[in-house]
Write a protein that binds this ligand. Sequence first.
Ligand SMILES: [Zn+2]
Length: 50
Amino acid sequence: MAERVIITMACSVCKNRNYYFDRGKKQEGKLALKKFCKNCGKRTEHKETK
Ligand SMILES: [Zn+2]
């Protein structure tokens, strides 16, 4: 049985939720990725949020 976990990546600057991922397995720790934020108009760090 596959457990589906949807995670949301939010900009750490403006808190805008820009990216969604469908993660099959639970991982330890929180993800932090450099992604382009449309709201900020530049690449910022995005952190996992719920
Ligand atoms: Zn932003």
